[in-house]
Design a protein around this ligand. Sequence first.
Ligand SMILES: *Cc1c(COP(=O)(O)O)cnc(C)c1O
Length: 340
Amino acid sequence: MAINLDWENLGFSYRNLPFRYIARFKDGKWSAGELTGDNQLHISESSPALHYGQQGFEGLKAYRTKDGSIQLFRPDQNAARLQNTARRLCMAEVPTEMFIDAVKQVVKANEDFVPPYGTGATLYLRPLLIGVGDVIGVKPADEYIFTVFAMPVGSYFKGGLAPSKFVISRDYDRAAPLGTGGAKVGGNYAASLQAEVGAKASGYADAIYLDPSTHTKIEEVGAANFFGITADNEFITPLSPSILPSITKYSLLYLAEHRLGLKAIEGEVYAKDLGKFVEAGACGTAAIISPIGRIDDGEDSYIFHSETEVGPTVKRLYDELVGIQFGDVEAPEGWIVKVD
Ligand SMILES: *Cc1c(COP(=O)(O)O)cnc(C)c1O
């Protein structure tokens, strides 16, 4: 390995790596994508992505295994979700084969930056689809850019498997009932920044959002989905069209049932019933699984297992998921794609 970084203390920050992939959609078709060293995008000042938020993105990781090879975790699911996002925002879709090929090219070209096995660090990939071109009226763009860039990262929430503390946002929603909450778009994040900044200023890892129609049900954490474990060995995660459908969450639903023997349920989770959970966690590609030690909701406070130590079931879920991602535990059919 040619590069020597402080792999164990990477955090989650941008790094300008040697190569990224870029393809352009024009006159109804995608150009042949190519790798470039240029980390600046050259786009029209009137691009709909800039003015009207016509853009979507993805996040996935490349993992170094014990034998030194590199693998991806369910990239077909990221491709399908970006297609869903594209349809919701009237953007050109990126075919699955093109998406996975782009990701593989970027991993291979930046191979020296894929962290060594055993450090817990990974190469984070950020596919991005934006509407560009000379359009100033409100309408979908005719031209699009699809790019994939990468950077080595550690965990997203400081502390890794140490539990974090969250606060329920009662002043702001991240999405509307029939809005774009289920699509991975920047607009949802723009709408959440005030709540997040406020939560962090008050010492929390992030805000937790409620359902935007009734403000009684847990939806999700800023960039991660919520799950809780009951004393009866149920794994429960909220179901709502305004939650971003996390690939990690659907993977955990499967593993909870088929590998850990829990009862896996996607259903309603009322904020006032949070006390029924003996353990809780936030899950996503960037967060992996971050144990939730405590949730504050106005005057109410809920503690899950412990504020300082991960609970046994969350730990088992973490070991199973991360074991599969790094190639130490056998994966369900089709979950792992080798980069060779
Ligand atoms: C990306 C994202 C997640 C996590 O999804 P994964 O597919 O597990 O990475 C959760 N919530 C929001 C709002 C997201 O944007």
